[in-house]
Design a protein around this ligand. Structure first.
Ligand code: ZN
Length: 332
């Protein structure tokens, strides 16, 4: 009898936990991925954002230059900061846009590496679960997309954060757009669990470098400017955990801001296709190291003690370089 009760208890707990997971998938910890670094723990990757336009608006030209730079740097992987498919994400797993905007565009041999991808607001206007589906990975094995996840590679931990559900406007004033909030609601529970998960993952991290990636800006002099919801909710967590940089897209430009108070680098790489000319807000010149209102992308090379950032335009010309160094003995 006692063993029957134990079996029943186990069954109840098991059923309850399955139900909790099913009812609120965010209860689970963030997925953790690992990619080995090169010898000596060095790492190189490209960052591109706001790109999926079937090759138009110079997407193909940016892709070509990414291929050339990628070869020089012997890339480990590529990061996409979101808005992967314009205007309204993917219609489903069989949407030909997956080939027209991704598979058939980034064809250079050097870009045949893993792509670590977050979703942007335009992706949320389509079938979000299609972009998250393993079926896409079956069509092109480079494709790795989760809402939020952690990637460890050598001395670096990356924290990919799903930023679209933070933005009030998409809920209160969506205009003619329809957003796919399946898996997000109830919204406050989703956001507070996500913030908790990111905070505890950052606290656990022993990595020398901590980089956070999201679609939306936190600090930007571009058209969209700062995202107030992220400044209020995510930024304090980044500051409390000594994050080195926050990397985003959303503003269609290339940009580097170093926050004078926290020292955090705010890096925008949103020039994957259509760019917005002449739309820059005034910003403290000490902080704004680069603002380029054209198309392009960014490369990052990291060793245990140094990060090298390079920004490129649509022709592959170097627009701007920056190095960040860290004492080998300094606390991570
Ligand atoms: Zn966007």
């Amino acid at each position: 009898m006692a063993s029957f009760n134990r079996r029943m208890l186990f069954l109840v707990i098991f059923t309850a936990s399955v139900f909790c997971f099913w009812a609120n998938p965010s209860v689970a910890e963030l997925p953790r991925l690992k990619q080995p670094a090169k010898a000596g723990d060095s790492l190189s990757f490209l960052v591109v954002g706001d790109w999926g336009r079937k090759g138009e608006y110079n997407q193909s030209l940016v892709a070509k230059q990414m291929g050339i730079v990628g070869k020089k740097l012997n890339l480990d992987f590529v990061i996409s900061t979101g808005d992967n498919f314009y205007e309204d994400g993917l219609k489903g797993v069989d949407d030909p846009a997956f080939y027209e905007s991704f598979v058939d565009i980034y064809t250079a041999p050097s870009l045949q590496k893993q792509w670590y991808i977050v979703l942007g607001n335009h992706d949320y206007r389509g079938d979000v679960e299609a972009q998250l589906s393993p079926i896409l990975k079956g069509k092109d094995s480079r494709w790795i997309c989760f809402r939020s996840f952690i990637l460890n590679s050598g001395t670096v931990d990356f924290f990919f954060v799903d930023t679209t559900p933070f933005v009030d406007e998409y809920f209160t004033n969506p205009g003619n757009s329809t957003y796919d909030w399946k898996g997000i609601l109830p919204r406050q529970a989703y956001l507070s669990q996500l913030l908790k998960d990111v905070d505890s993952a950052l606290k656990q991290s022993k990595a020398k470098w901590k980089l956070v990636v999201g679609h939306h800006t936190i600090k930007s002099a571009g058209t969209h400017g700062n995202t107030v919801e992220l400044e209020e909710q995510l930024l304090p967590i980044l500051k409390a955990n000594d994050v080195d940089a926050y990397i985003n897209g959303h503003d269609h430009c290339l940009e580097q801001i170093i926050d004078s108070e926290s020292g955090i680098q705010f890096l925008t790489s949103g020039g994957g296709s259509k760019a917005w000319r002449d739309n820059v807000k005034p910003w403290n010149k000490e902080e704004l190291k680069l603002y380029y209102d054209g198309q392009g992308f960014m490369s990052v090379q990291i060793t245990e003690t140094k990060v090298d950032l390079v920004f490129y335009d649509v022709e592959g010309n170097v627009l701007h370089k920056w190095s960040i160094t860290k004492d080998l003995n300094a606390a991570a």
